[in-house]
Design a protein around this ligand. Structure first.
Ligand code: SF4
Length: 151
């Protein structure tokens, strides 16, 4: 399971397959990481610094995060994609095709000047999260999505 949690400052990625339930995150920020709550991660309560430091303690790599750099990422089911915006400017997208086998992610792209800001990862996670919520498989065929989802 891949989940993306965002507040105005940061995006938090959680990959359940990597989680070893060491609960370092819970100790680091109990308001953010609460296994008794659904969803168990809420990045809208604690200070961003506390959340970031708690994530840094995750021993498995299940939790990672990135600054948003004032870029928003949204899901657009009608166009089968997730889209990144800097204000009104479209700066990236992740496209998928609905097939009988699942959602095939075939293209992920971010404008060159926005590279290195974690935006492509946010785009892939956004599509994957939406697919998983609908109980659809995700089949990455673009090289970047493969790297994000298989590493
Ligand atoms: S610290 Fe990492 S491995 Fe441990 S429970 Fe939290 S997410 Fe899972």
């Amino acid at each position: 399971m891949h989940r993306l949690y965002e507040n105005k400052d940061i995006s938090v990625f959680w990959d359940s397959e990597k989680c070893r339930h060491a609960k370092k995150c819970v100790q680091g920020s109990p308001a953010t990481f609460d296994p008794t709550r659904r969803p168990w991660i809420d990045v809208g309560i604690a200070e961003t610094k506390e959340i970031w430091q708690a994530i840094a303690r995750c021993p498995s790599g299940a939790l990672t995060c990135t600054y948003n750099h004032e870029v928003s990422v949204s899901f657009n089911e009608a166009d089968s994609c997730s889209i990144a915006y800097d204000g009104d400017r479209r700066v990236g997208e992740c496209d998928y095709q609905v097939t009988a086998e699942g959602w095939v992610i075939y293209h992920t792209e971010v404008m060159p000047e926005y590279n290195g800001k974690g935006i492509a990862r946010r785009l892939v996670y956004k599509v994957t999260e939406e697919a998983e919520k609908r109980k659809m498989s995700v089949i990455p065929t673009c090289s970047y999505a493969k790297k994000v989802l298989n590493s």
